[in-house]
Design a protein around this ligand. Structure first.
Ligand code: HPA
Length: 238
């Protein structure tokens, strides 16, 4: 069986899927986290793998960048492949004043400047929110691992533009308590609402848009990425 963007059998995916933007990162995560990872789809180079983690089935697949790309893969996974939960694992730019490079953000809600959720229910400013139980499981893992000094839970913004921002918008969002900027979570939360499934985004802060004092080495970035992966896996298998 194949959907337009995924060539796999209906039971090739686990009920829970971790989704980084970069398909090569999906492969690295699959090799690091899964026992017996098996390539299940590679249409357009968007690699998807399924294996087990501590005996439980788990898949990892790239999403590409931006809300349209994420929505295509999430829609096909939820509607055709029996997927019940998607946890986005990715990077984000920090904008919160207490958020530092290398920290982890559990995105409990995602503002957006995109029209994708605006079109879902006419006349409504849709609330793009994470699944409460997945967010709770990620936070519980942060507590168990003694990581809560560098993990934040709260709102983010999923923007369409990477290179264009209306003047003052980032500062205003920061004042309203928004923790970070990325490009996919709001679409994931909207798609999960459409299918009655569960979604969460767990993000590593790769840079800070308003404070450039805390940049990190590539090595530090990779180890800090392990922090968010740990929370994402715990949520996925909770
Ligand atoms: N903007 C959007 N997405 C991002 C950023 C950013 O500054 N940093 C990491 N992902």
């Amino acid at each position: 069986m194949a959907t337009p963007h995924i060539a796999a059998e209906p039971d090739d995916f686990a009920p829970a899927v971790l989704m980084p933007g970069d398909p090569k990162r999906a492969q690295r995560i699959a090799e690091a986290v899964l026992d017996g990872p098996r390539l299940v789809s590679d249409v357009r180079g968007m690699l998807g793998f399924t294996g087990t983690h501590e005996g439980k089935p788990l898949s990892v697949m790239g999403s590409g960048m931006g809300q349209p790309s994420f929505t295509i893969y999430a829609t096909e996974l939820f509607s055709q492949f029996g997927v019940q939960r998607i946890i986005r694992v990715g990077t984000a730019g920090g904008i919160g004043k207490d958020v530092h490079v290398g920290d982890v953000v559990i995105a409990t809600g995602a503002h957006t400047d995109s029209a994708m959720n605006q079109l879902r229910v006419p006349g409504v400013n849709f609330s793009a929110v994470a699944d409460f139980h997945l967010a709770q499981a990620a936070w519980a893992e942060a507590e168990a691992a003694g990581m809560t000094d560098r993990v934040h839970a709260g709102t983010i913004i999923s923007r369409d533009h990477f290179y264009f921002t209306p003047e003052g918008q980032t500062e205003a969002l920061s004042r309203y308590g928004t923790l970070a900027v990325e490009m996919e979570a709001a679409a994931l939360y909207g798609t999960a609402a459409e299918y009655g499934t569960q979604a969460l985004a767990v993000l590593t802060i790769s840079d800070h848009l308003l404070d450039h004092s805390g940049d990190m080495s590539a090595e530090d970035r990779e180890t800090r990425f392990q922090d968010s992966l740990r929370l994402a896996v715990a949520a996925a298998l909770s």
